[in-house]
Design a protein around this ligand. Structure first.
Ligand SMILES: [Zn+2]
Length: 138
């Protein structure tokens, strides 16, 4: 017969989760979730979130300038051009149309980035049987 004596179960407090914390913003005092330092209203004060928002803002700004001034405004070392190169390295050759769809960028704007990358010698462009442009890493 099995030992029927009940065992004592000790609850170990969760390392990160359940303790109540308050937002670090002076005067806010809202509770935060999962031990995070800022509440939902002040999440942009988190250094990582702040960095990500800044990168997104810089990308939007660059796209606006490229849309206005054309391929010469492309920052070849910037995150958008590098993202295109990395995408082509990982996924192989793509048509301009498909690349625009895959990276969710307007095809006219995408074309300007591809012209800049071609002029810099970083990608090669060829045509498929139907005359569509095919892009691959040089
Ligand atoms: Zn707050």
């Amino acid at each position: 017969m099995r030992n029927m004596t009940p065992r004592t179960v000790h609850r170990i407090p969760h390392a990160t989760g359940k303790q109540t914390r308050h937002c670090r913003i002076i005067g806010c005092n809202r509770h935060t979730k999962n031990g995070k330092p800022y509440c939902v209203n002040h999440v942009e004060s988190n250094p990582y979130v702040s960095h990500v928002l800044s990168v997104i803002s810089d990308r939007k700004h660059e796209e606006e300038i490229v849309a206005r001034r054309g391929w010469t405004a492309v920052n070849i070392d910037g995150s958008i051009a590098q993202e295109i190169l990395q995408f082509l390295r990982v996924n192989g050759a793509r048509s301009l149309k498909r690349l625009s769809r895959d990276l969710r960028r307007d095809s006219k704007l995408q074309a300007m980035y591809c012209v800049a990358l071609t002029k810099a010698g970083l990608i090669n462009v060829s045509k498929n049987k139907r005359g569509g442009l095919i892009l691959r890493v040089a």
